[in-house]
Design a protein around this ligand. Structure first.
Ligand SMILES: Nc1ncnc2c1ncn2[C@@H]1O[C@H](COP(=O)(O)OP(=O)(O)OP(=O)(O)O)[C@@H](O)[C@H]1O
Length: 262
């Protein structure tokens, strides 16, 4: 494991019954980068994220986060590591019976049961602001929010504990192109201002070009390639060629080149 790796996964295996998801998968995530994780549907991107954050017990392998071995750790033993990361699940995974502010307070109440109500409310207000939501969103229920606002509310909750590491599972899925680009900008700004490391699962080629420092490609049960997009473009794997050099990949590259030229 290199010294600046925030996450190191080695020899990871996951199966469900006869279905092999990962076999000897290796991956490293470096301090301060946005790592995009891509792959066809069902290649195990979410299962990989769930394995890293301890929601999925792998059948074999080693996972280190912040240098701490995670496999086999009981939930309470992992508390010190868990409080250093935030997670935005696919769809936001907000509690429907809680307001946005109450949702943001959930991890704070778990880790800091002694915080006063005033302090919890102040932190929630700040995180809601950081996520680009208007102050009045704090008192709304998830069902009263648009899809984009729900993502931002999920992000506010992921930021509740001042994480160093952020996991984002398809944050721009279902957003219109302007909403998706805004969310990308927000992610990049938060990464830069808060010094975050970001593990970002996405199908969104524009997101990869706009904000990812490196991209890891999942196929054939493992990470078949990892690096800056320019490096991936030079690889011969058929899925990678199809993905980055197909019509959508070419359009995303052209769009990115235009934005860089401006
Ligand atoms: N708890 C589970 N029990 C059984 N099978 C599961 C479970 N979780 C995931 N799987 C299976 O593992 C495979 C990988 O799922 P995963 O959600 O990680 O895919 P993904 O790469 O994130 O896909 P997508 O891009 O469509 O979101 C799928 O075939 C899925 O059905």
């Amino acid at each position: 494991m290199a010294g600046d790796d925030i996450i190191s996964v080695q020899g990871l295996c996951n199966s469900f019954g006869d279905q092999i998801i990962h076999k000897d998968l290796d991956l490293d995530v470096r301090q301060g980068e946005i790592l995009g994780v891509v792959g066809g549907s069902g290649t195990g991107k979410s299962v990989l994220m769930r394995s890293i954050i301890g929601l999925q017990e792998p059948t074999a392998g080693d996972i280190h986060v912040f240098g701490e071995a995670m496999i086999g750790k009981e939930e309470d033993e992992a508390t010190d590591v868990r409080r250093r990361w935030g997670v935005l699940f696919q769809g936001g995974a907000l509690f429907s019976t809680l307001t946005v502010a109450e949702n943001v307070q959930v991890p704070l109440r778990e880790f800091y049961p002694d915080f006063s109500t005033d302090l919890l409310e102040e932190i929630a207000r700040y995180k809601i602001h950081l996520s680009g939501l208007p102050p009045e969103a704090a008192h709304k229920y998830p069902s009263e929010l648009s899809g984009g606002m729900r993502k931002r509310a999920g992000l506010a909750r992921a930021l509740a504990m001042d994480p160093e590491l952020l996991f984002l599972d398809e944050p721009t899925a279902g957003l219109d192109p302007i909403g998706a680009a805004n969310f990308d900008n927000l992610t990049r700004n938060l990464k830069e201002t808060l010094g975050l490391t970001v593990f970002l699962i996405t199908h969104d080629l524009d997101t990869l070009y706009a904000i990812c420092d490196r991209v890891a490609v999942l196929a054939d049960h493992k990470v078949i390639a990892i690096g800056p997009i320019e490096d991936l473009l030079a690889t011969d794997h058929p899925w990678i060629k199809e993905y980055f050099s197909g019509p959508r990949g070419r359009a995303a590259r052209r769009g990115h080149a235009k934005r860089v030229d401006k």
